[in-house]
Ligand binder design. Structure first.
Ligand code: FES
Length: 154
C-alpha cells in the first residue's frame, strides 16, 4: 500500500467516524425525552390513600390529571384535548374539564360532555409501587369511549 493510499484510507475512516457520531447525536436529539418525574417518563403521583374519592389532582410537570371516581377508581387523564390538542383545565365548580379553545367539556373520567371533541381524553397507565401510584406518561392510551376496566382500583 502506498503512502498516499494509506493516508486516503485513514482520512476516509476518520470522516466516516465523524459522520456516524453526528448521526448518533442527531437521533438522540430528535428522540423522545424521558426524564423521571416529568412528562415523557414515570411520574410518582403519591400514596393512593391521599387522594379522596370524587377528586381531581393536576400534575403540571406530568401534563395529566389524576382523577379518582366516587367509588374509588383511579384514572390518569391526559390534559391534551382530543379536538385540536389544547390543554384542558379542571373546573372544580362545574365538576368538569374545560377546553379554552373551542369549548369542549369532559366529565371527571374524561368523557365528552360537549363537542367538538370527537372522543374522550386519553389516559396513561398507572402502576402501584409500595402503595404509591406511578403514572407512565410515555404511553398515552386513546379511547373511543369510557369503560369500567379503564379504572384502577387499589
Ligand atoms: S382544541 Fe379543545 S375544543 Fe378544540
Amino acid at each position: 500500500m502506498s503512502r498516499r493510499d494509506f493516508l486516503t484510507l485513514g482520512m476516509s475512516a476518520v470522516g466516516l467516524l465523524g459522520m456516524l457520531q453526528m448521526g448518533g447525536m442527531t437521533l438522540q436529539f430528535l428522540g423522545p425525552r424521558r426524564v423521571e418525574g416529568e412528562f415523557g417518563g414515570l411520574v410518582e403521583a403519591g400514596l393512593a390513600a391521599s387522594f379522596p374519592p370524587a377528586s381531581v389532582t393536576e400534575f403540571p410537570d406530568g401534563r395529566f390529571f389524576l382523577a379518582r371516581t366516587s367509588d374509588g377508581g383511579f384514572l390518569a387523564v391526559s390534559r391534551r384535548c382530543t379536538h385540536l390538542g389544547c390543554a384542558v383545565s379542571w373546573e372544580a365548580s362545574q365538576n368538569q374539564f374545560a377546553c379554552p379553545c373551542h369549548g369542549s367539556h369532559f366529565d371527571l373520567q374524561g368523557d365528552v360532555q360537549n363537542p367538538p371533541a370527537p372522543r374522550p381524553l386519553d389516559t396513561y397507565p398507572i402502576s402501584v409501587r409500595d402503595g404509591v401510584l406511578v403514572v407512565d406518561t410515555a404511553k398515552a392510551i386513546p379511547r373511543d369511549q369510557i369503560a369500567p376496566e379503564q379504572l384502577l382500583y387499589v
